[in-house]
Ligand binder design. Structure first.
Ligand code: HC1
Ligand code: SF4
Length: 558
């Protein structure tokens, strides 16, 4: 065993890449702006400096631990140093905390409080406000940027989209799109992962709460809402329950108290997607190798990525609407002849869904099928604004007649869930043991690329499950190099929708409890397979009769 000494206490070194991880393991919350274990080390913010026994300073994030090393994390010199960094950052910052959408979640604000910054000794040199509101998914404000580079590394290393980068030098340095064009005109796909890691309010999720309140305030308007699978397991930390705990019943109760007239579960739409996508998959298998693989298309950031960067795969995208859009088509059709105005809202873990809702393909005669998308974070804000004490709400069920869903629809929210749901549908053995064996074929788990093989008749179906757009790029490279897959599930956010950028941010460890929350919801569900959802039959013989293609399918083109 190897040990180093932190503030006079020996701490074991156990494979940690840097002393920051050893220090945090020892229970000391060393401050950082630019360190994420999943991103490369940038070492720019210098907040994690520690003093070594020779009296010099090292950045903990970029110093590997060594046997016998002695460091101090909280000396007079370090406290002064950290305060100075914070003051310099604040000197160049707009400091409009009370009206900033990130107030209460901002790390600069948190550390300024923690280090008791009561005054800034330097003149305020904040840049003139320069906002980019062009995207439907994210907003950017250069005035709040501290140049930590977290967004740049997320977009370039994990998502491999490359929409933003550092530009200019010295005091003029900024984060920019190519030629500083509006972000909506860049190759950005709206995944929002840059906003998820931004420690300040420089990149935030677009906020549409006011539009939803306005609809709720209109006297004669029917406002219906659907709740995505992943939302139910992510409200925890912010609303006083455990992260990963299934809060669906309480969310339904909260939405009703806010004034929503009808409350539904997107998992019902997911059951429709499973039925349509399984049929499409089997039909394509019959058409031969050249039609494979089938790529899922329920993740809008992935669809946008394929359209912008991988046009050759676009014709292999499933023609199925996403569950959100399938459900919206059904509910809008259901109320089409009513004289009452109908506004449909979707609560999603995802920022890119705001862009999906606005696509031409998903407009009906009276406008978009989903009028507004709000993220989990916006839902939390609306619950807080309502004054509802979430943890004290009594859980309620969603509304009929669209109120049944299967466990297969619920697990859509975690990476591998779509593939598992489709397998449940197509495999002929419907025994509980077969269900179990699908779960252990390799589709579960938080790895970015998973592979599974399943027998279908005489044929072996090869499946890839991918989360994170960088991994999607890797799978496409493998396919171009001759690797054969039949079905590829892609979710743009690492871990799937449970880690969507619209959710309260969690580090890698948090993903497990959210995934676990959805798998237990599936276990508790009395309907396990989409085709066993009794609602499906009545939809196909009712609202969808003769309209399946029109209401549930779309042709994407590059
Ligand atoms: Fe998702 Fe989906 S699972 S895309 O991740 O297919 O956002 O939760 O709602 O539409 O069901 C997101 C989640 C969500 C759709 C479904
Ligand atoms: Fe990059 Fe996604 Fe942010 Fe767009 S939303 S800049 S693609 S990380």
């Amino acid at each position: 065993k190897k040990y180093m000494t932190i503030d006079g206490i020996p701490v074991e070194i156990n494979g940690e890449k840097n002393i920051l991880e050893v220090i945090r393991k020892a229970g000391i919350s060393l401050p950082t702006f630019c360190y994420y274990s999943e991103l490369s080390i940038y070492g720019a913010c210098r907040m994690c400096m520690v003093e070594n026994k020779r009296g010099s300073l090292d950045a903990a994030c970029s110093t590997p631990p060594k046997e016998g090393m002695e460091i101090w994390t909280n000396t007079e010199r370090l406290r002064k140093y950290r305060k100075m960094i914070l003051e310099l950052l604040l000197a160049d910052h707009c400091r409009d905390c009370t009206t900033c959408g990130n107030s209460g979640k901002c790390r600069l604000q948190e550390l300024a409080m923690r280090f008791n910054i009561e005054d800034v000794r330097f003149p305020n040199g904040a840049k003139t406000p320069r906002r980019d509101e062009s995207s439907l998914c994210i907003t950017r404000d250069h005035n709040r940027c501290i140049l930590c580079g977290d967004c740049v590394r997320m977009c370039n290393e994990i998502q491999q989209v490359g929409a933003i980068d550092f530009a200019r030098r010295g005091a003029k340095m900024t984060i920019s799109t190519v030629f500083d064009i509006p972000i909506s005109e860049s190759c950005c796909v709206g995944c929002g992962q840059c906003a998820a890691v931004c420690p300040t309010g420089a990149i935030m999720v677009k906020n549409d709460c006011d539009k939803v309140w306005k609809a709720l305030d209109e006297k004669d308007t029917r406002v219906s809402v659907q709740i995505a699978p992943a939302v139910r397991v992510a409200l925890g930390k912010e609303l006083g329950i455990g992260d990963g705990e299934n809060a669906m019943g309480r969310i339904v109760a909260a939405l009703r108290r806010m004034g929503f007239n009808e409350v539904f579960d997107t998992s019902t739409g997911a059951d429709l997607t499973v039925l349509e996508e399984s049929a499409e998959f089997i039909a394509r298998l019959g058409e031969g190798e050249h039609r494979m693989p089938l790529f899922t298309s329920c993740c809008p950031a992935w669809v946008s990525y394929a359209e912008k960067n991988e046009p050759e795969v676009v014709e292999n995208l499933s023609t199925c609407h996403s569950p959100m859009q399938m459900f919206a088509s059904v509910i809008k059709e259901h109320h089409r002849h009513s004289s009452r105005k109908h506004v449909h809202v979707a609560v999603m873990p995802c920022t890119a869904k705001k862009g999906e809702a606005a696509r031409e393909e998903f407009r009906g005669a009276g406008g978009p099928n989903v009028d507004y998308v709000i993220t989990t974070q916006e839902l939390i804000q609306m619950i807080k604004e309502s004054g509802l004490v979430f943890s004290e709400l009594e859980p309620e069920a969603v509304d009929m007649p669209f109120g049944t869903m299967s466990g297969a629809g619920v697990i859509f929210g975690v990476t591998g869930g779509v593939a598992e749901a489709v397998l449940r549908r197509i495999i002929s053995n419907k025994s509980p043991a077969a269900l179990q064996s699908i779960a252990f074929r390799g589709v579960r788990g938080s790895e970015g690329i998973k592979e599974a093989a399943v027998k279908y008749g005489e044929r072996e179906i090869k499946i890839a499950v991918v989360s994170g757009l960088g991994n999607a790029r890797e799978i496409i490279r493998r396919i171009k190099d001759g690797e054969r897959y039949d079905f590829v599930e892609v979710m743009a956010c690492p871990g799937g929708c449970v880690c969507g950028a619209g959710q309260p941010f969690v580090l890698r460890e948090g993903r497990e409890s959210r995934a676990h929350g959805l798998y237990s919801a599936d276990r508790m569900s009395s309907i396990k397979r989409s085709e066993e959802n009794p609602l499906m039959l009545s939809l196909y013989s009712g609202v969808l009769k003769g309209r399946v293609h029109d209401l549930l399918h779309v042709r994407y083109s590059a």
